[in-house]
Design a protein around this ligand. Structure first.
Ligand SMILES: [Mg+2]
Length: 367
């Protein structure tokens, strides 16, 4: 498949409300929307890099440079008959999974649209809807309990709370006092160390489905040690940056639940490899979220139809995050279940008028 051009578009989209985690508080989304064009057909991808490297090391300026000067020129020069081959082709440029993924996703979408089939079909996903959970940012205890109640009433299948030292045991006690029965998880985004073992043991007593990334964002060894000290399963997020890293974490016993974010692991082909490894080893997976716009969210919905995604993911209704999205189709869950968008590719189309309003910068790359 010959690629005619690659468009890079930086957008800024306000959140409905600021989202607070242990590492940052953000009030708007900065996203790179990538469009690839071939013989009148377009495919779309989204980069989940932030302006500054608060989550992993990548940032938008670095990703833009690599997309503009390495990955897009390679794609334009050599075309692509099978998007599953791109990760290996781009392996000579080390790391930078989010930047690679933004373009790889666009090629997958284009490939599926040209074949006139849904992306999920290419990935072996048979489900036409997926169970989803909600991830709640930090707020007061009273507000958080109200927020949990609202999401439980809306039918969300799992509730995840963001925690950090000093914002953990009292919060969990208040939520569990009212909701003893729900599937509850916590995400520390690397806010603890093994010196906090007493608190981590206290958190262990709340019957959590898993605890996500309690320790350093790049660590495996201390997570493996922690896994021997508490009963709650450990789920890794930030640490898992490639199929090889997932295998290493499982071999070490650093986690027993895997959060998959396509941008963090380097693309859909990497997700397929991780998926097959986890299925083979009986390790539950779920699809994490980066507060994506409708392009990234639609990709997440399609990939989460793969059979190994057995836990509810973060791909909740777009309207929780945005007053207005950049795609025309509403991506909304009902009773905790998100329908997969119909149609070819990822099944969504751009709201071009609104996209133009929120665009900061556009560059079209051609040979
Ligand atoms: Mg996380």
């Amino acid at each position: 498949m010959h690629i005619d051009e690659v468009e890079l578009r930086l957008i800024r989209l306000p959140y409905r409300a600021p989202f607070k985690t242990s590492f940052a508080e953000e009030s708007e989304k900065h996203a790179v929307i990538v469009t690839v064009r071939s013989e009148g057909v377009e495919g779309y991808g989204e980069g989940v890099m932030d302006p500054f490297p608060h989550y992993r090391e990548e940032c938008i300026a670095g990703a833009w440079h690599l997309l503009r000067n390495a990955f897009a020129p390679d794609l334009l020069a050599n075309g692509c008959d099978d998007p599953a081959m791109l990760a290996a082709r781009w392996a000579r440029w080390r790391g930078n999974p989010m930047a690679k993924t933004a373009l790889e996703l666009a090629v997958w979408d284009l490939h599926a649209r040209r074949l006139d089939m849904p992306l999920r079909t290419l990935l072996g996903g048979k489900r036409t809807a997926i169970p989803v959970g909600a991830s709640l940012g930090m707020a007061s205890i009273e507000h958080t309990v109200d927020n949990v109640r609202r999401h439980v009433e809306q039918g969300y299948k799992r509730v995840k709370l963001k925690i950090e030292p000093g914002w953990d045991v009292d919060l969990l006690a208040a939520v569990r006092a009212e909701f003893s029965f729900i599937e509850l998880t916590v995400d520390a985004n690397s806010a603890y160390t093994l010196a906090d073992i007493d608190v981590l043991r206290a958190i262990d007593g709340f019957g959590l489905h898993y605890i996500e990334q309690p320790l350093h964002w790049d660590d495996m060894v201390e997570h493996a040690h922690l896994a021997e000290l508490i009963h709650t399963p450990i789920c890794l997020d930030e640490t898992l940056t490639s199929p090889a890293r997932v295998k290493a974490a499982l071999d070490l016993g650093a986690c027993s639940v895997v959060n998959v974010k396509v941008g963090r692991v380097g693309g859909l082909q990497a997700v397929r490899e991780i998926h097959d490894l986890c299925v083979q080893r009986g390790v539950p997976m779920w699809c994490g979220g980066m507060l994506e716009t409708g392009i990234g969210r639609a990709h997440n919905i399609h990939l989460a139809t793969m059979p190994g995604f057995v836990y509810p993911g973060d791909t909740a209704s777009a309207s929780r995050t945005y007053a207005r999205d950049i795609v025309e189709q509403p991506l909304e869950a009902h009773d905790g279940v998100m329908p997969v968008p119909d149609g070819a590719g990822i099944g969504v189309t751009l709201d071009r008028a609104f996209l133009a309003e929120v665009t900061e910068q556009v560059e079209v790359v051609r040979l």
